[in-house]
Design a protein around this ligand. Structure first.
Ligand code: HEM
Length: 172
C-alpha cells in the first residue's frame, strides 16, 4: 500500500518535472537528420532554382500583361519569346525533378559511384538546359537562337546520363 503511494508520488514528481522540462522537439532539424549530402544538395538546389524559374514566369507574365513589344511582337521576336518560355518551363520542371531525386534517394539502393554521377549530371543539367534556352533567347540572329543555345545539347546529354544512372538501379 505504502509502496503504491510512493509510486504515485514518484509518478507525480516525474510528471511535474516533465512539464517544467518538456522533452526535446521530436521533429528532426536539417542538421541532425540522417540525410546524405546529395539529398541535402538537391533539396536545396531544387527549391532555390524553382524560385528563380517561377520568378522568370512572373516576368514573362508581366511582359505579356503590358504587351512589351520586345516580347509580344510576333514575327520579329518569336524566337526570343519561345526560348524564354522554354527556359521557364524546363527550369521549373527540372527544379521539381531535383526535389523528386532528393526525396527518392533514400528509397534507391544506388552504389556510391552511381549516386555521385547521377547527382553531378542532374545538377549540371539543371543549369545548362534552362540556361541554354535563356541565353539563346536573349540575343537572337534572325530566326535562330543566340550562341548560348550550345549549352543545351551538353545539358541534354548529362540529363540523359543522370536519369540512366538512376533508372538502371531502380529494380534492385
Ligand atoms: C511549378 C510552376 C510552373 C511550371 C511547372 C510552369 C510550366 C510552364 C510551361 C510548361 C509552360 C509552357 C506552356 C506552353 O508553351 O504551352 C509555361 C508557360 C508560361 N508560364 Fe509557367 N509554370 C510554372 C509557374 C508559373 C508562374 C508562377 C507564372 C507567372 C505567374 C508562370 C507564367 C508563365 C507564362 C506567362 C507562360 C507563357 C509564356 C509565353 O507564352 O510567352 N508560370 N509554364
Amino acid at each position: 500500500m505504502s509502496n503504491q503511494k510512493l509510486t504515485r508520488r514518484e509518478r507525480g514528481k516525474q510528471t511535474s518535472q516533465q512539464t517544467r522540462n518538456p522533452p526535446a522537439n521530436p521533429v528532426p532539424s536539417a542538421a541532425d537528420s540522417h540525410t546524405t549530402p546529395e539529398e541535402r544538395r538537391h533539396f536545396r538546389l531544387g527549391w532555390w532554382s524553382l524560385l528563380v524559374f517561377v520568378c522568370l514566369g512572373i516576368v514573362l507574365e508581366g511582359m505579356l500583361a503590358f504587351k512589351a513589344p520586345w516580347y509580344v511582337n510576333v514575327g520579329d521576336n518569336e524566337t526570343n519569346r519561345m526560348m524564354l518560355r522554354l527556359s521557364h518551363a524546363h527550369g521549373t520542371l527540372l527544379s521539381v525533378l531535383n526535389i523528386a531525386f532528393s526525396a527518392s534517394l533514400a528509397r534507391l539502393s544506388l552504389p556510391a559511384g552511381a549516386r555521385v554521377q547521377a547527382s553531378r549530371c542532374l545538377a549540371a543539367a539543371t543549369l545548362l538546359v534552362p540556361g541554354g534556352f535563356f541565353l539563346g533567347g536573349l540575343a537572337t540572329h534572325g530566326g535562330d537562337p543566340g550562341l548560348g543555345i550550345l549549352l543545351l545539347p551538353a545539358g541534354a546529354v548529362l540529363l540523359l546520363f543522370g536519369i540512366f544512372q538512376v533508372a538502371r538501379h531502380t529494380g534492385k
